[in-house]
Design a protein around this ligand. Structure first.
Ligand SMILES: CC(C)=CCC/C(C)=C/CC/C(C)=C/CC/C(C)=C/CC/C(C)=C/CC/C(C)=C/CC/C(C)=C/COP(=O)(O)OP(=O)(O)O
Ligand SMILES: O=P(O)(O)OC[C@@H](O)CO
Ligand SMILES: [Mg+2]
Length: 229
C-alpha cells in the first residue's frame, strides 16, 4: 500500500502539544511523505482523534505511532508499532504488544501495521526513561540491534532514536551499512535544513518532531533538504 522505501521525510506531531491551524496547514502541505501522530506522554484518545481529524483535511498520509493501547483509534492510513529493542523491560519489547493482540487481535488489519525496531540512544529523553532503555551502547551493540531487527526479526523499520538531541552521523552511516532490507529511520534533534541534509545522506528516512513547535520555518525547510538528495 505505502512503499516506505520511497519515503525520505516524516513530520511527527505530538498530540500533547498545541498547534494552530495555519501552522498545521503548512506542515501538511509541506511535501513531507507522512504525518506521524505520536509522543511519549500525555497521549490520549481525545487528543489523538482531535489531531487526526485536523490532519485529515489534507491529502498527506496520516499514521498513528502507537504509544499506549487506550489511544488507538481506527481511521489512520497506517499504524507504526514500536518495539524498543534496547529496553531492559520486556513490556516495551513485547509485553504491551502481547496484551493488545490478546485483547484486540481480531480487529487488527496487519496490512496497515508497520513494526519499528527502536534503538533509543539519548539517555535524557522521556522515551528512554519511560522504557528503561539501555543507552550506553557501543557501536557494535547498536549495529547488532540493527542486524537483529532485520535478519532475526525481519522488521520493516529500524529506528535510531535520539529524541530531543542530534545524534552521531557516523553511527547512522555504520548502521545503514548493516541493513539491506529494513528501512532506516533516524529521529532526533533535526533543527535545521543543514542537519537534515547531513543525516539524510546516511538514513533512509528522517523524522522531524520538536522543531515544528520551536521554529516552524526551519522545520519546513527540512522537507526540501531531505528530498533534494
Ligand atoms: C485500528 C484499530 C482500532 C486497531 C485495534 C487493534 C490494535 C489494538 C492494534 C495494535 C496492536 C499492537 C501490537 C499494539 C501495541 C501496543 C503498545 C502499547 C505497544 C508499546 C509501544 C511502545 C514500545 C511505546 C513506548 C514509547 C514509544 C517508543 C513511543 C513512540 C513515540 C516516541 C518515541 C516519541 C518520542 O517522544 P517525544 O514526543 O519526541 O518526546 P518529547 O515530548 O520529549 O519531545
Ligand atoms: O523531536 P525530535 O528531537 O525532532 O525527534 C523526532 C522523533 O524521533 C521523536 O520520536
Ligand atoms: Mg517530541
Amino acid at each position: 500500500m505505502y512503499d516506505l522505501r520511497t519515503w525520505r521525510h516524516v513530520f511527527k506531531l505530538d498530540p500533547n502539544k498545541e498547534i494552530d491551524d495555519l501552522s498545521l496547514e503548512k506542515i501538511c502541505e509541506s511535501g513531507t511523505d507522512c504525518i506521524m501522530i505520536g509522543g511519549t506522554d500525555g497521549v490520549t484518545l481525545e487528543n489523538v482523534l482531535n489531531l487526526m481529524a485536523r490532519v485529515r483535511r489534507y491529502p498527506v498520509p496520516c499514521a498513528l505511532e502507537i504509544s499506549n493501547i487506550d489511544s488507538i483509534s481506527p481511521g489512520f492510513d497506517l499504524y507504526f508499532i514500536p518495539t524498543v529493542l534496547n529496553s531492559q523491560d520486556p513490556n516495551w519489547i513485547i509485553g504491551h504488544h502481547h496484551q493488545a493482540i490478546k485483547e484486540y487481535g481480531h480487529f487488527i488489519d496487519w496490512k496497515e501495521m508497520v513494526v519499528e525496531g527502536y534503538c533509543i540512544l539519548n539517555e535524557n529523553s522521556k522515551v528512554a526513561k519511560l522504557t528503561g532503555a539501555k543507552t550506553d551502547l557501543s557501536l557494535d551493540d547498536i549495529e547488532a540491534y540493527a542486524v537483529m531487527a532485520e535478519k532475526m526479526l525481519r522488521l520493516p523499520v529500524f529506528y535510531l532514536e535520539y529524541s530531543g538531541t542530534y545524534g552521531d552521523p557516523e553511527v547512522v552511516q555504520c548502521v545503514k551499512e548493516q541493513l539491506e532490507e529494513s528501512v532506516l529511520f533516524y529521529g532526533g534533534g533535526i533543527t535545521t535544513a543543514e542537519l537534515a541534509r547531513e543525516v539524510i545522506t546516511h538514513a533512509d528516512v528522517i523524522v522531524v518532531g520538536n522543531v515544528i513547535y520551536d521554529n516552524l520555518q526551519e522545520a519546513l525547510k527540512t522537507v526540501k533538504a531531505a528530498k533534494e538528495l
